[in-house]
Unconditional design. Structure first.
Ligand code: BGC
Length: 416
């Protein structure tokens, strides 16, 4: 198929005709090694508990870029999948269209309001109705480090952005790749928001990327972020276009690259490959952002259905996702921390424990901010505007001044 989007659409239409009432069609983008192992846990428990068939509708593509396009076509054609991986503002958008179904009875029976932190509960409710369930909290502002590469380069684990680039220089000198980075817009935007947090702090991050305040968007800190991004991009592989994030993680794992900026689903890849934190890899907060936390909550939303069977299966799936034993098994593999805070943390590794500690700490300060690059902070139009400008900047010699101007303009247009 020459046109990948057309291919995806065709596949999705063909797919529709094969869904039976006893099936539950689930659209998600968890296809990398670690992601597939995590979602396999859910498939297994769902099959055991419901006796129904999980109709897997997976659309590869990090951050759900492709999955979201397919969802739009299917849902607007009147054939939405029963359960869909979806987050933040998009849950609100689909809720507004009247296409999501409420699972309030189940939520009430199981006392979810008491079980979940308010912010997470609010993110999966539309108009005070439970229309989705949360799996986890991913922390975005991490750097994944191969300690053997650093030792080889005689470089130290960086604690400031200046040190980060010194370490990068040393890795470059021994002929290895300082940063593994896949060439896709969402990966560029992920690094952009991580650098912005480190340089500008959480308050300005919030003003710029959540409140879309024009003054904050044109502040010296946003300019400094584009400058840092320029410096960062000088260490990347020129042939990275189209490289998936998990292939980039593999480069760090295999000692071909020293570091990767990525959310902690990257840890899921290390774990799936049998690697151990502290020994085979290190997780360090992006230097400068230690006291802050960019959060990203994965959830499944449920679409309205006329079938009683489907409704029953949707509720069964939701109940499993909210179960503490499932939250533990799933998140140990996925790299994230559980959304249900009473889940026991003993079996989690040191990176997850550090993430939980930071999550609890930052919930008492202004240090928690939602991820723009991962659909938690804004409409998909605004997110796309940021993707486009950051991608154009990283792949050209656009000045930081020009990038700031374009960013403010594109965001203004996306909100008109
Ligand atoms: C999702 C993660 C996923 C990652 C890479 C993020 O937006 O929240 O669950 O692993 O994208 O696809």
């Amino acid at each position: 198929m020459r046109n990948p989007v057309l291919g995806l659409l065709l596949w999705s239409v063909m797919h529709t005709s094969t869904v039976w009432a006893q099936d539950l069609e689930v659209l998600h983008w968890w296809t990398s090694g670690g992601e597939a192992q995590s979602v396999a846990v859910l498939k297994k428990v769902f099959k055991e508990k419901s006796g129904a068939t999980w109709k897997d509708f997976n659309i590869a593509g990090g951050a759900g870029e492709n999955a979201l396009k397919v969802l739009k076509t299917k849902a607007l054609a009147g054939h939405p999948p029963a359960a869909v991986q979806m987050k933040g503002p998009q849950i609100q958008d689909w809720g507004k269209m009247g296409l999501l179904t409420s699972i309030n009875d189940l939520a009430k029976r199981e006392q979810w309001d008491e079980k979940l932190p308010k912010e997470i509960a609010n993110a999966v409710k539309y108009n005070n109705n439970w229309v989705a369930v949360p799996f986890n909290v991913h922390r975005i502002n991490w750097v994944w480090v191969n300690p053997k590469v650093l030792a080889q380069a005689k470089a130290k684990v960086p604690t400031t952005l200046a040190e980060l680039f010194e370490t990068a220089d040393k890795i470059k000198k021994i002929g290895l790749l300082p940063f593994a980075h896949g060439g896709q817009a969402w990966q560029d935007a992920t690094v952009f928001e991580e650098l912005l947090l480190a340089i500008a702090g959480p308050d300005l991050y919030r003003k710029a990327l959540v409140q879309l305040d024009p003054k904050a968007l044109q502040s010296p800190e946003v300019k400094a972020t584009f400058e840092a991004l320029r410096q960062y991009s000088s260490y990347l592989d020129k042939n990275r276009k189209g490289l998936d994030w998990d292939k980039a993680t593999r480069l760090v794992m295999d000692g071909k690259a020293g570091m990767q900026f990525m959310g902690d689903w990257a840890k899921g890849e290390f774990i799936a490959a049998g690697k151990h934190p502290g020994k085979d890899f290190l997780c360090i907060p992006v230097p400068g952002s230690e006291d802050s936390f960019i959060y990203n909550v994965d959830s499944f939303a449920f679409f309205e259905t006329k079938s009683k069977n489907t409704k029953k299966n949707q509720e069964q799936l939701a109940a499993i996702i909210m179960d503490e034993a499932f939250q533990k098994t799933f998140n140990v593999k996925k790299g994230s921390i559980p959304a249900v805070p009473t889940t026991k943390m003993e079996d989690f590794d040191s990176c997850a424990k550090a993430s939980m500690e930071s999550f609890v700490k930052t919930s008492k300060t202004t240090g928690q901010v939602p991820s723009m690059a991962h659909q938690m902070a804004s409409s998909s139009e605004v997110m796309q505007a940021v993707y486009d400008v950051v991608e154009a900047h990283i792949n050209s010699n656009m000045s930081a001044d020009e990038a700031v101007k374009r960013l403010a303009k594109s965001i203004r247009e996306a909100t008109m």
